[in-house]
Design a protein around this ligand. Structure first.
Ligand SMILES: Cc1ncc(COP(=O)(O)O)c(C=O)c1O
Length: 373
């Protein structure tokens, strides 16, 4: 096929851009001849995977000739016990990314609408574009605060799903539980409200919305969680969603039979129960957050208080230039231009020494960039 390929590609996909992931450490090492590179670009858990998960994966290596459990029975059993819900309320995917796509595949016909905050995680729009759906973006307010009245106004008779990312990526801002409850009370139960809680386990504010409570009360919500963040298994690709059995039952029909590999399933079960690992992950994040807040303040930078494991910072310079300059210093961050925020960067909270490296590199890069303006 030549450039005429566009004749064969579905028109609704013509504008689709490939996802640009955070730059890998090895690539930066090679490109800049560096040995020590700190990656704070993809909101990964800096303390590394749980030892128990690693042992469970080692022990499972001899089973690699077998297909994984296509029903993910043991993992669903453990998750159901963990949350005190029934197993038919859970679907497991090859990362939450896959589950987002599965929900869009299941519920969207061409022209159907989803509502998302702006800025937010790009996969909701990706899923709706795949299905020739329309993504209605609702800008967040001053300080990237949610105002659910704006979302209510965006509802039309084509709205099928509302994706609310809590805490929101890339802003770290959240929705108050009471505000979400009155929103849910006032919208049609035919609209599925998807709460992407990828960073829920890091939340410190007690008034943050908890999707599971709404699911238990019978609202039409789906609660997305992942093993990629607090549970530190991003490389294995495993996430899950909890919703009413009838919702899960349909999404399950769209799922491929062996979508989650065996090592991911056994690793996830072990990680779920490794309290020491999850508690130290939360502690490192909470302490790192405070150190970075202080460091940004000293550098005169405005940041958005976060409930997650990353912070959005207004660097006051072009984010792509700053991104490039930080790479030379051996620090990988996420440029805000990916989210339509050209003077902001998003940084993941790292280990104490990584946070220190980031603050030092920022001081150097900002001085250089401001001197050249
Ligand atoms: C808000 C949000 N949801 C979902 C995901 C994807 O999670 P997973 O690694 O399980 O696909 C991410 C990853 O960064 C995210 O930020």
């Amino acid at each position: 096929m030549s450039k005429d390929v566009l004749k064969f590609v579905r028109p609704s996909l013509h504008g689709l851009k490939p996802y640009i992931p955070g730059k890998p450490i090895a690539e930066v090492q090679k490109e800049f001849g560096l040995t020590e590179v700190v990656k704070l670009a993809s909101n990964e858990n800096p303390i590394g995977p749980s030892k128990h998960a690693q042992q469970a994966i080692q022990a499972a290596l001899g089973d690699l000739h077998r297909y994984p459990d296509g029903g993910q029975l043991e993992l669903k059993h453990e998750l159901a016990k963990f949350y005190n819900i029934s197993e038919d309320m859970i679907i497991v995917g090859n990362g939450s990314d896959e589950v987002i796509t599965l929900f869009c595949t299941t519920f969207l016909e061409p022209g159907d609408e989803i509502i998302v905050p702006s800025p937010t995680f790009s996969e909701y729009m990706f899923g709706s574009t795949l299905m020739a759906g329309k993504t209605v973006e609702v800008p967040l307010r001053e300080g990237f605060a949610y105002d659910l009245a704006d979302f209510a106004k965006a509802i039309t008779d084509r709205t099928r799903m509302i994706f609310l990312c809590v805490p929101n990526n890339p802003t770290g801002t959240y929705i108050k539980h009471a505000e979400l409850e009155s929103f849910l009370q006032n919208i049609s139960p035919d609209i599925l409200v998807v709460l992407d809680e990828a960073y829920n386990e890091y939340v410190e504010s007690e008034d943050c919305a908890q999707g599971l409570e709404f699911l238990r009360k019978g609202y039409n919500v789906a609660v997305m969680r992942t093993f990629s963040k607090l549970y530190a298994l991003a490389a294995l690709r495993i996430g899950y969603t909890m919703a009413k059995p009838e919702v899960i039952g349909f999404v399950n029909r769209v799922r491929e039979p062996f979508n989650v590999n065996h090592l991911a399933q056994v690793g996830a079960i072990a990680a779920l129960h490794d309290k020491e690992h999850t508690e130290s992950s939360r502690r490192v994040n909470s302490q790192g957050k405070r150190v970075l807040y202080e460091g940004f303040t000293k550098l005169g930078l405005r940041y958005i208080p976060t409930e997650a494991n990353f912070i959005l910072v207004n660097a006051g310079v072009d984010s792509m230039q700053l991104f490039q300059s930080l790479l030379k210093e051996g620090v990988i961050v996420r440029a805000g231009s990916f989210f339509g925020l050209p003077s902001w960067i998003r940084v993941s909270i790292g280990l104490p020494e990584e946070n220190e490296r980031l603050l030092q590199a920022l001081a150097v890069s900002l001085q250089e960039l401001k001197a050249t303006v």
